[in-house]
Design a protein around this ligand. Structure first.
Ligand code: MG
Length: 171
């Protein structure tokens, strides 16, 4: 694939959008609109082997409240392990001392560059300092048994994919 031209058509706080003209392997020229999104981390914070934290938040894009695994974007120059530690502190209010990368997946490879990295977080301890929350985040963290969390993810009329995938990773 050869990139012929690229134009940034939107630059936002979390992601940008480019319109790329590319020459595909079959010789056809295509216009591609691509969401350029940083890597993100999806957290499985487990206070013990049979419990996990989920967060409930209002998601404006879908117009409803939804239970999800805690997650967030990796900041520029930040290692994903550090992002996992930071997001756990921000969203769950605890500091993980066990950090295990489980898997990575593309949520929408058709148009978006994002990679989601899943982490199992254990040995959760009270932090020495209180973390600040993102201003777009109004969330409630709660501990569930694994079977409660799976039932909850399934009970949603439409569930959150990273949560379904994350819970499958620890089956
Ligand atoms: Mg978040």
């Amino acid at each position: 694939v050869i990139l012929r031209s690229q134009e940034t058509v939107f630059e936002g706080r979390v992601f940008s959008v480019t319109r790329d003209t590319v020459l595909m392997p079959n010789g056809r020229e295509l216009a591609m609109e691509i969401v350029r999104h940083p890597e993100s981390v999806v957290l499985l914070p487990m206070p013990d082997r049979s419990h996990i934290f989920l967060v409930r938040q209002y998601r404006y894009a879908i117009g409803r409240w939804i239970w999800e695994l805690p997650a967030g974007s990796v900041e520029p120059g930040e290692h994903p392990d550090s992002a996992a530690r930071r997001e756990c502190h921000e969203e769950v209010g605890l500091e993980p001392h066990g950090i295990e990368r489980l898997a990575a997946s593309y949520p929408s490879p058709g148009f978006c560059t994002e990679t989601m990295i899943f982490y199992r977080l254990t040995d959760l301890r009270a932090p020495s300092l209180r973390a600040a929350q993102d201003e777009d985040e109004q969330l409630d963290a709660k501990v569930f048994t694994l079977s409660e969390a799976r039932a909850l993810a399934r009970a949603e009329p439409v569930g959150d994919m990273k949560t379904v995938v994350g819970l499958m990773l620890i089956e």
